[in-house]
Design a protein around this ligand. Structure first.
Ligand SMILES: CC(C)(COP(=O)(O)OP(=O)(O)OC[C@H]1O[C@@H](n2cnc3c(N)ncnc32)[C@H](O)[C@@H]1OP(=O)(O)O)[C@@H](O)C(=O)NCCC(=O)NCCS
Length: 188
């Protein structure tokens, strides 16, 4: 699975900036196509545009309280994964934060990058006063086990429209961010 043997040193995690937007968009489009083929409509996946995603994330990056973390491949500095999070999009108490997006390139999956991104995010959110964190995950996503492995609990179901289709989704909650930061390795 993981293709990190060629790296001189492990991946790095750092805050994402506007300079990363095009690479973030590339990770998103490529990962959606590889992870969700057969789950989401082919037309929707084929129609994803890196340029449109870069614009969408530039807008999101400018929203109050929204943060990005990127995982980079140290030898060339390419973004190989990212997490995007901030205040809950639904009207919820301010101490409940939301993970909006978490993607690791297929060839780097299974190497601890997702776990490291969640760990850094938990530390960051706790520093901003958040006490809990949740993420909406497609009900058919084969990676739901990742959230369960990291201690999140399925607490709610809902629906999401993507293209002209509607899909079931599940909210996974970490109800103790401090514990999440601790169990995944402590502050970074
Ligand atoms: C889900 C994703 C972010 C996980 O990142 P990753 O770097 O591959 O995961 P890690 O290597 O950090 O795994 C951390 C732990 O979760 C476990 N895990 C990872 N994926 C899993 C899965 N699909 N099912 C069950 N457990 C899983 C790992 O075995 C590991 O456990 P361990 O440390 O006890 O061995 C990544 O695989 C990905 O981007 N997938 C495609 C897109 C996606 O589904 N994103 C989430 C959208 S909501």
């Amino acid at each position: 699975m993981a293709d990190i043997d060629h790296m001189d040193q492990p991946f790095e995690i750092r805050p994402g900036t506007g300079d990363d937007l095009f690479m973030i968009a590339g990770v998103l489009v490529d990962t959606w196509r590889s992870a969700f083929r057969g789950l989401l409509a082919d037309g929707f996946l084929d129609g994803l545009s890196r340029e449109e995603q870069a614009v969408r994330h530039a807008r999101r990056m400018g929203e109050p309280g929204v943060s990005y973390l990127v995982a980079t491949e140290p030898s060339v500095g390419d973004v190989i994964g990212f997490a995007n999070f901030g205040p809950a999009r639904a009207r919820l108490p301010a101490h409940i934060h939301e993970l909006y997006a978490l993607y690791v390139r297929a060839e780097y999956q299974g190497a601890g990058i997702g776990r490291a991104l969640v760990r850094s995010m938990a530390v960051h959110c706790a520093g901003q006063g958040a006490t809990s964190l949740f993420a909406w995950v497609l009900a058919g996503n084969p990676n739901r086990g990742f959230y369960e492995r990291l201690g999140a609990k399925a607490v709610e179901t809902g629906r999401i429209g993507l293209g002209d289709q509607s899909y079931e989704q599940v909210a996974y909650l970490w109800d103790d961010i401090a514990a999440l930061a601790r169990t995944t390795g402590g502050p970074s």
